[in-house]
Write a protein that binds this ligand. Structure first.
Ligand SMILES: CC(C)(COP(=O)(O)OP(=O)(O)OC[C@H]1O[C@@H](n2cnc3c(N)ncnc32)[C@H](O)[C@@H]1OP(=O)(O)O)[C@@H](O)C(=O)NCCC(=O)NCCS
Length: 173
């Protein structure tokens, strides 16, 4: 994770992490315009699809946002999979904008998502046991990221995506 050494007036050395400026919080319907802007900037400049994307993240699923200077620099989206008694959540999406990659933001998003989902299950009297996700088999960056974050590749589903096989990963809690 990025960090910088600074000195104080008394010359004590302390470490300042750059990520202290990045706030992670739950997305609400007030964030829909922010998410539409992010989609148009980072993914494609398409009005209807940016609206659908933003509304899905906030209204259909649960989403955490990484925010810096009132702009979205990353997000993670999840939902319970099956009944709550299964104790499984699916991570629907995870992304960090190019300018913010390799600063530990996705790691923070995933960890905070697990905390939030664990709490969600716990207040209803259930135990969250597993985080599950599907990714494109050829996504080498995601493969490295999930391997570094205690996920394991469990199975491959051939031709699940139009142009790729799907790889299924889990993290047992
Ligand atoms: C995958 C992704 C979310 C990672 O986000 P990130 O904020 O850059 O990840 P982190 O900084 O938390 O990385 C944690 C660790 O994962 C590994 N990692 C992440 N990106 C990597 C890369 N490009 N190459 C090699 N290792 C990588 C490293 O071990 C890294 O630790 P390090 O930087 O100390 O070496 C980001 O690259 C992304 O948005 N990719 C496009 C969308 C995508 O593929 N999403 C996942 C699909 S399911």
């Amino acid at each position: 994770m990025s960090s910088a050494l600074r000195t104080t007036d008394t010359n004590d050395i302390y470490i300042v992490h750059e990520d202290v400026m990045i706030n992670i919080r739950t997305a609400t319907s007030d964030d829909i315009p922010l998410l539409e802007n992010m989609y148009r900037k980072e993914i494609e400049d398409h009005t209807e699809r940016s609206q659908k994307f933003a509304e899905d993240l906030v209204l259909r699923y649960n989403t955490l946002l990484a925010i810096k200077d009132n702009a979205v620099c990353g997000s993670v989206t999840w939902e319970p999979r099956g009944g709550l008694d299964d104790g499984v959540v699916e991570m629907i999406g995870l992304g960090v904008n190019d300018a913010f990659k390799r600063q530990g933001i996705a790691t923070r998003l995933v960890n905070e998502m697990i905390e939030e989902a664990t709490q969600f299950y716990s207040v209803k009297g259930y135990l969250l046991r597993v985080v599950l996700l599907f990714m494109e088999q050829s996504n080498e960056t995601a493969r490295k990221f999930y391997s570094a974050n205690r996920f394991k590749e469990m199975a491959v589903v051939q031709s699940l995506y139009p142009n790729d096989d799907a790889s299924i990963w889990t993290r047992n809690l």
